[in-house]
Design a protein around this ligand. Structure first.
Ligand SMILES: [Fe+2]
Ligand SMILES: [Fe+2]
Length: 278
């Protein structure tokens, strides 16, 4: 493969086992259609809707996921802490405190192409010990000589994500937003060659409220009282993007992927999707 040539499939927050199974059911189709060099997924909600466990991470990696990014739910499950320190292919936000478990950047290699993956957390409405906008510099430096860099900017505020896209335009291959679980309609390649989207959305149930059973989310908002949240199983979709590249650290295109879980899947008792992909 020529230097810099790569196709990077990035999949938004996997929500619960339904999100995990949706990914695994869609992956063969996506591999056939897009022939991705790399598959990177955000796994911060993959264990029961909150956090990730070593068992689930191993399952994802075993199915050909090349790297896993996280976010504000990174530390929800204690059993992941030591795994974050030892498994090189999983990253939590780089701009967390250095004393917190895990690291924020990694490099994976395929077909002679090295992809650096950086996870960042926004600083507005989310707890992150250091600034995403200053810590991105040492993070890029730490990756060394790599053909491509993907930055997962896990943030609530659209302004922070857009600003980071402009800051890094022409220096990294892609700045991809996660966390809100809702895909935005602004995927584009910025003038300097960086692929950008404010949020890729989630891979999980569209029938809920950002992953939670809708009746529980509504009850909580109506009553203003504590309600136990469970992951919705209704209408699961995969949401992600494909970034195509032919030149190091530059994207030729970014294509949004919104795909219903294939009907007839027997992995879990989820209902088939209500409508065709748009
Ligand atoms: Fe999430
Ligand atoms: Fe999040």
């Amino acid at each position: 493969m020529a230097e810099g040539q790569a196709r990077i499939l990035f999949v938004g927050d996997l929500v619960g086992s339904v999100g995990r199974h949706t990914l695994l059911d869609c992956l063969p189709l996506l591999r056939e259609r897009y022939e991705p060099t790399f598959v990177v997924v955000n796994g911060e909600n993959v264990a029961g809707g909150l956090g990730i466990t070593p068992k689930v991470a191993v399952e994802l990696l075993r199915h050909g996921v090349d790297a896993i990014t996280l976010g504000n739910h990174a530390y929800h499950r204690r059993e992941i802490y030591s795994y974050l320190d030892t498994e090189p292919r999983i990253v939590r936000p780089y701009n967390y405190l250095r004393s917190q478990p895990g690291k924020g950047a990694c490099v994976v290699e395929k077909d002679g192409v090295r992809l650096g993956v950086i996870n960042l957390s926004g600083n507005l409405f989310l707890k992150a010990g250091r600034s995403a906008f200053t810590e991105i510099e040492p993070a890029i430096k730490e990756l060394g000589d790599v053909e491509h860099i993907l930055v997962d900017m896990h943030a609530e505020a659209t302004s922070e994500k857009i600003a980071l896209g402009w800051l890094l335009d022409g220096r990294v291959t892609a700045v991809l937003g996660t966390h809100t679980h809702v895909p935005t309609a602004d995927a584009r390649v910025l003038p300097g060659g960086t692929a950008y989207i404010t949020d890729v959305g989630m891979t999980g149930p569209r029938g809920g409220v950002i992953g939670v059973k809708r009746e529980q989310a509504i009850e909580s908002l109506v009553t203003q009282m504590p309600v136990r949240f469970e992951t919705s199983q209704e209408d699961p979709w995969l949401m992600g993007v494909l970034v195509r590249c032919t030149t190091p650290r530059r994207a030729d295109s970014i294509e949004q992927i919104l795909m219903a879980r294939p009907p007839g899947s027997d992995r879990a008792p989820t209902r088939p999707a209500a409508q065709a992909p748009s």
